[in-house]
Design a protein around this ligand. Structure first.
Ligand SMILES: [Ca+2]
Length: 201
C-alpha cells in the first residue's frame, strides 16, 4: 500500500476529531474512580492515573501459626524496600488484631529489639496479625523479625507460618481489602533474640 503522508495525516486528524466529539458527548465515557484513578474535575470524562497511589501504605504480618504457645510474640519487625535496605517501618501507625496487656503493636516498630515487644492476646485464636501504616508508601520487599529475648518464650511464641499482606484501601489496618504479597512457612527452632530475614521470592 502506498499512501501519501498528507493523506495519512488527514485521516488521523479526522479520526482524532471524531474521538474528541465522542468523548465530549455526555454519557459516552464513564470513568470509575478507584485505587490509582481519580476523575478530572474539570473534564469528568478524563481519568487521572496516579501510579504512586498504587503503592500501599498498609503492611502487616498475618500469622497463621506460631510454635505452640498461647500467644504469638515478637520484639521487633523491620520492613525494607530491598533486602539489607533501611528500616522504613518506624514512624508509622502500628496496629494489631489483638494485643496482650503491656505488649501493644507500637513496641514491634520502635527500633528496640528486646522485651517487651508485641504479643497477641493470650488464647486468641489464629490467625493474628501485626502491622503498620507506613509514613511513606513503599513497596516492601523484605522484612526482618526479631524473636523475643526470653529463653522460654522465644522458640514457642515466634511465628511459624505467616503471609506478608498489603492494603491500598485500609484506614485503620483492621479494615479494608488485603493482598497476599508473599508467604513463609516452616519457621521453627527460633533462638533467644534471633533475627530472621524474609525477602520476597
Ligand atoms: Ca521493639
Amino acid at each position: 500500500m502506498n499512501v501519501s503522508l498528507k493523506k495519512l495525516t488527514d485521516a488521523l486528524t479526522r479520526l482524532q476529531s471524531q474521538i474528541n466529539a465522542l468523548s465530549a458527548s455526555a454519557g459516552v465515557l464513564s470513568i470509575v474512580a478507584g485505587a490509582g484513578i481519580t476523575v478530572d474535575a474539570t473534564n469528568p470524562q478524563h481519568p487521572v492515573v496516579s501510579l504512586t497511589a498504587l503503592i500501599p501504605k498498609f503492611w502487616r504480618v498475618y500469622i497463621t501459626a506460631n510454635n505452640g504457645n498461647a500467644v504469638a510474640a515478637v520484639d521487633e519487625i523491620e520492613m525494607s524496600a530491598a533486602a539489607g535496605g533501611a528500616n522504613i517501618a518506624m514512624g508509622g501507625t502500628p496496629f494489631a488484631s489483638s494485643s496482650l496487656s503491656g505488649w501493644p503493636p507500637s513496641q514491634a516498630f520502635d527500633g528496640i529489639n528486646v522485651d517487651p515487644g508485641w504479643a497477641s492476646n493470650s488464647g486468641t485464636a489464629f490467625p493474628q496479625y501485626v502491622g503498620t501504616k507506613l509514613a511513606t508508601a513503599t513497596k516492601v520487599n523484605s522484612i526482618k523479625i526479631h524473636a523475643r529475648n526470653e529463653a522460654t518464650a522465644a522458640p514457642s511464641q515466634a511465628p511459624q507460618a505467616f503471609t506478608i499482606q498489603s492494603s491500598l484501601d485500609s484506614t485503620t489496618g483492621l479494615d479494608g481489602t488485603w493482598t497476599n504479597e508473599w508467604s513463609v512457612t516452616g519457621q521453627t527452632g527460633w533462638a533467644v533474640g534471633e533475627t530472621r530475614t524474609f525477602t520476597r521470592p
